[in-house]
Ligand binder design. Structure first.
Ligand code: F6R
Length: 237
């Protein structure tokens, strides 16, 4: 796993450039996208700078996860998040943007089939939870998991309550790409910003590959870069 420690703005710039270069090489590339606070800077930079550089007309996107039971139009849905923070501000065709709950709910692993039939994810963006989750794969999720429904842990519900009017409104379940689904991506970037991620990053780097630390599976992937700001890297020294 490559590790890059830089200021947040620089990391956002590097990842944006990476994505633009990929689109220049392959205009119908497939991006895997995360929600949450961490990738917001990348999305903003893409929106502010894509014009005159690239077009997203032929790009396809697959989001990692969505809350279970929330309507697409709900302001807390990840559909809404992506529309507000990225899709409405670039020239992407919304028919090329996919979410795991768009799939027949009796077999979510069809999402993995859909990704595969579109050529697989070329570039996957990940954040990380304080408990080491990626997507909504909470500690204990099988490394062999495909897209599935997951039960959110209390720490995740608490962390995400900031987006809702109260903790009780946070859905207790989500549909998420599995760990095996994520590992199928050709290139992965995982980003961690802020001191509240420092402990998870220390466990990721210095700990074992273990299902108790879902992100640790990334150590088995051959093309992963971990981007950290100084605060997230603090406990590594
Ligand atoms: C969201 C996702 C989650 C987040 C993680 C960190 O689509 O996949 O794994 O990346 O919970 O969230 P933030 O960035 O809000 O700290």
């Amino acid at each position: 796993m490559n590790i890059v420690i830089k200021k947040q703005e620089l990391i956002n710039e590097i990842i944006t450039k990476d994505i633009f270069n990929l689109i220049i090489k392959k205009d119908n590339c497939v991006l895997g996208l995360a929600t949450g606070t961490t990738p917001l800077g990348v999305y903003k930079r893409i929106c502010d700078t894509f014009k005159d550089k690239v077009s997203f007309k032929n790009v396809k996107t697959f989001n990692l996860d969505e809350y279970y039971g929330l309507d697409k139009s709900d302001i807390n849905s990840y559909h809404h998040f992506m529309y507000e923070n990225l899709f409405s501000k670039i020239d992407i065709d919304l028919n090329n943007t996919y979410f795991p709950n768009d799939i027949a709910c009796n077999n979510y692993s069809l999402y993995d089939e859909l990704i595969k039939s579109n050529g697989g994810i070329d570039y996957q963006i990940l954040g990380i939870g304080r408990n080491g989750h990626i997507g909504f794969n909470e500690p204990g999720t099988s490394f062999l998991s495909l897209t599935h429904i997951s039960e959110l842990q209390d720490s995740t519900i608490n962390d995400n309550a900031r987006f809702f009017s109260s903790k009780d409104d946070v859905p207790s379940k989500a549909i998420t790409m599995g760990l095996k689904s994520i590992m199928n991506a050709k290139k992965i970037v995982i980003i961690a910003f802020g001191k509240n991620k420092a402990l998870a990053i220390n466990r990721l780097i210095n700990g074992q590959v273990d299902e108790k630390m879902p992100a640790s599976i990334l150590k088995y992937h051959k093309n992963v870069t971990l981007f950290l700001d100084e605060d997230a890297a603090k406990k590594l020294k």
